[in-house]
Design a protein around this ligand. Sequence first.
Ligand SMILES: Nc1ncnc2c1ncn2[C@@H]1O[C@H](COP(=O)(O)OP(=O)(O)OP(=O)(O)O)[C@@H](O)[C@H]1O
Length: 337
Amino acid sequence: MAQHTLTPRSQTGLHSPVRPAHGNLAVVTHGLTKTFGKGADARTVVSDLDLAVPHGTVYGFLGPNGSGKSTTMKMVLGLLAPTRGDVALLGQPLTRVTRPALMARTGSMIEHPPGYGHLTGAENMRIVARMLSLSQAQVDRALALVRLSEHQDRQVRTYSLGMKQRLGIAMALAREPELLVLDEPTNGLDPAGIEEVRHLLVSLAGEGVTVMVSSHLLDEIDRMASVLGVLASGRLVFQGTRAALMERSLADLRVVTPDVDTLSGEEVGRLLAGLVAAPGEARRSSDGLVVPGLPADGAAELVRRLVAAGVAVHEVRREPQSLEDVFMSLTGGTGVL
Ligand SMILES: Nc1ncnc2c1ncn2[C@@H]1O[C@H](COP(=O)(O)OP(=O)(O)OP(=O)(O)O)[C@@H](O)[C@H]1O
């Protein structure tokens, strides 16, 4: 993983030292597990997570609704005790003793945007500033970063959901954190709002802040995250770069043949027998057959069978595959996209 360095004059004005930790990892979990309830009612919603979030990156934590993202983030922040496993942040184990100092270096927004509706944005920020002993300059900078300066004297209950989300991000940012943990910060934002958050988080990562951000929408996170962790039913089904995720995918195989109309359903079934889990998923196109889930050796065998059956094979190629397709197959088709 590339070592990120801090640019002296940053775009956002935030400044945070990059400290080597766990081989350049800002968040590390081992076997992180959470079971709610006891006995017959026990339900494990997060199982054996080994997360590795590199310093200075935007780490996209993806998973369908209910897959355990919020539960995981709460454990990462020490808001919820794991049933099993451990967490290390910024190079130190997270314990009751280390937590206050680690949280002073960590900003977060979990589940709903915080803030009192009957107070103005500025008043809400003042509460945070008093709790964390922050300066007015830090508050002003955070509000400016999320473009709320000119709305700071309005009551928060008059804010749109997007503005409330941005105020929540400002609260998390005001302490100039080294680590930022944001649960679905783009929830409810319009495309322009999503673009703003994306730009902000990428800028922060560019100057060394580690950003762990969750979403159930691949689209929202794809263009900001350089590393992805994909959760499905409480299990980490993938962790790595976007490129590595694409490599994991098995793109559909397109067989171009003018003989497609002369092949009966039974013949297609025979050609694919034993090669794919469900031959019925192969479909006819105007120029041939499209076969999903066929690895390289299966593709070679299919070509042999086609030739042996006297089918004219004009071309065999892999279809382009979107990240959405990969995500859907990794999450068992339950991903919300
Ligand atoms: N305190 C709790 N007691 C019992 N079950 C819980 C508790 N908190 C969460 N759960 C369950 O754990 C599962 C995972 O929830 P979690 O909120 O972590 O998922 P998520 O991926 O963040 O989804 P969402 O985006 O919908 O919040 C859900 O089935 C939820 O109902």
